[in-house]
Design a binder for this molecule. Sequence first.
Ligand SMILES: [Ca+2]
Ligand SMILES: [Ca+2]
Length: 346
Amino acid sequence: MNTRTLFSRGLVFILPLLLLEAYKTPQPEVKVNPTTTGHTSTPSSVTITPPANPSYGETWIRPTDGMIMVYVPAGQFELGYSDTQVEEILRMYSDGQREWYEDEQPAHAVVLDAFWIDQTEVINAQFCKFLNQHGNQREEGISWLEPGAGHGGKVYGLIQEIDGVFLPKTGYEDYPVIEVSWYGAAAYCAWVGGRLPTEAEWEYAARGPDGSLYPWGNTFDGKLVNYRDASFTFTSRGFEKDTAYNDGHASWAPVGSYPDGASWCGALDLAGNVWEWVNDWFDRDYYAHSPVENPQGPVSGTIRIARGGSWYDPRWQVCSGGRKGLTPSSYRIHWVGFRCVVPIRP
Ligand SMILES: [Ca+2]
Ligand SMILES: [Ca+2]
């Protein structure tokens, strides 16, 4: 059973699944760092005003953090995988089983208001600015970021804290922030005047009105995405690399490294590089009864959702309808980051 499947299913047995995930996936120990700076104020939502009457293809630089955002017009699409798309995934994933994709079905019509979404994942330089204003706070027992996180003697964290100041490691300023908890991601988005995308918004930005399997279309192309390609260096059993392509990055890539992998609205890196936290709680049956207009996800839960796959994942896990459930009270890891949205109607 693949990693995504472990976390998308069987929530009744979530603890054993978590232990199995920890066994299968090299990852840092989950430990909570104390808040180490004097900044303790909670970021409050600022009011920002996007351009009036935007049009398809328009971009906007968010004043709070300099992020380039792309405009996603109001529209509708089929959220979730069709039977044909599941069959396409299973053609790539010979060990896959059809029932593992049941939580990504049925495909169902969703209508969304317009919104702006970050062109790329939030980068280390941006997240450091946030931490240096508000400190590395803790929510639900977990810090926003785990700087210097590592596993098995290998350090993965790309942000360091020196004398209470957070700064990216040299050369990693424009890499996606990793080792960030759902709470850290949500707090950052509030700080810039936005919020995390809903699952439906994220998927619409990736798949578009036609519901494509990948942001660029329906056919996999390993030159358009940072995934588990030929340059992948982990050698654990079950983590075989894909020798058909060399995407140029053994692990993370600077954001925006694959401009030809842009989605219909101009967003980059929605497939691969790092998974992205979204706002919704996870419910494996949610697609069967979710509302048509602007679905917000279940009202409560214990598992949040990440989207899009990462440098760590094979080609069938960077398809844009995939859902990964991760517990927000423990997960900060080297293959999960995030991006934000700014709704037109707050
Ligand atoms: Ca890669
Ligand atoms: Ca991504």
